[in-house]
Design a protein around this ligand. Structure first.
Ligand SMILES: [Zn+2]
Ligand SMILES: [Zn+2]
Length: 271
């Protein structure tokens, strides 16, 4: 095992809510001393009707090959200086697993992140999400979120489960009565063998806490779940953002290693 600095969750302008040139993300990663950067842009929205159901959330299907070509081009350009990896942040949408499988089969991904953003017919992390906690109820949203997260992990389609307590984004913390739903989802992650990300993104959001919360991360790590380190950057400035805090959170949770991936095969590194 070798010490190794990575960022395993980075977006591009194609998703409609990130900015900057992709090349600048790589330059930022180099500047911050990373050995690897994994581009993991949002998968085209395969579970809603139409070619471009939500331009502010994801690239179109037509843009997917361009995304892949750009990342592979950057890999060549920077070879020997930093490893540029081809990944995807793939939404889990219940009942649409075949559609997801089809897209995952199109290219040779280094890593596939599994995310639950679509909960009860809308985004759980969109601008209106805080209001949803009032109108639909936090218990309902958190319970359904964790049910879907458990199913996502159990699908076996993902290498890494991302931001596993996402509904807290705007400060709507999990009601204590959702503990059983949470426990089932975490048990499904443990059973699946997938890793979880420790992400600085929550530190930049109203909740002001990394994903996942310290208690949740400790629980997962104590059960042998491996971790990857991420920023969920949506701009070059955010690459490796909060890296020291993410490392510290991982260590406090008891983690001694983190993972990297090549063609979906994992490698272990000391933290
Ligand atoms: Zn995004
Ligand atoms: Zn996400």
């Amino acid at each position: 095992m070798t010490a190794h600095e990575t960022d395993y969750h980075v977006h591009t302008f194609r998703c409609g809510h990130a900015g900057g040139a992709s090349r600048d993300y790589v330059l930022a990663a180099l500047d911050r001393g990373l050995s690897e950067i994994a581009f993991t842009d949002h998968i085209p929205i395969y579970f809603l009707e139409g070619d471009d159901p939500d331009p502010d959330c994801a690239m179109t299907r037509a843009e997917l090959p361009e995304y892949v070509d750009e990342v592979l081009g950057l890999r060549e350009e920077f070879r020997g200086r930093i490893d540029v990896l081809l990944g995807l942040e793939a939404d889990y949408a219940e009942g649409h697993e075949d559609g997801l499988r089809e897209i995952l089969a199109l290219h040779e991904w280094d890593v596939v992140l599994g995310s639950v953003h679509w909960v009860r017919g809308a985004w759980i992390d969109g601008p209106g999400a805080a209001r949803r906690h009032e109108s639909e109820g936090s218990v309902t949203l958190w319970t359904e979120y964790y049910r879907l997260l458990g199913k996502a992990a159990g699908s076996g389609l993902f290498d890494v489960m991302t931001h596993v307590d996402l509904p807290k984004k705007f400060g709507n913390l999990m009601p204590p009565s959702c503990r059983d739903a949470e426990a089932s989802a975490l048990a499904a992650i443990v059973a699946s063998g997938a890793a979880v990300e420790v992400s600085s993104a929550g530190l930049r959001k109203p909740v002001g806490e990394e994903y996942p919360a310290p208690r949740v991360l400790r629980d997962l790590v104590s059960q042998g779940v491996p971790i990857v380190l991420s920023s969920d950057a949506h701009a070059p400035l955010e690459v490796a953002w909060g890296r020291d805090r993410v490392h510290a959170a991982a260590r406090r949770a008891g983690a001694a290693e983190h993972l990297s991936f090549r063609r979906r095969e994992r490698r272990r590194h000391t933290l």
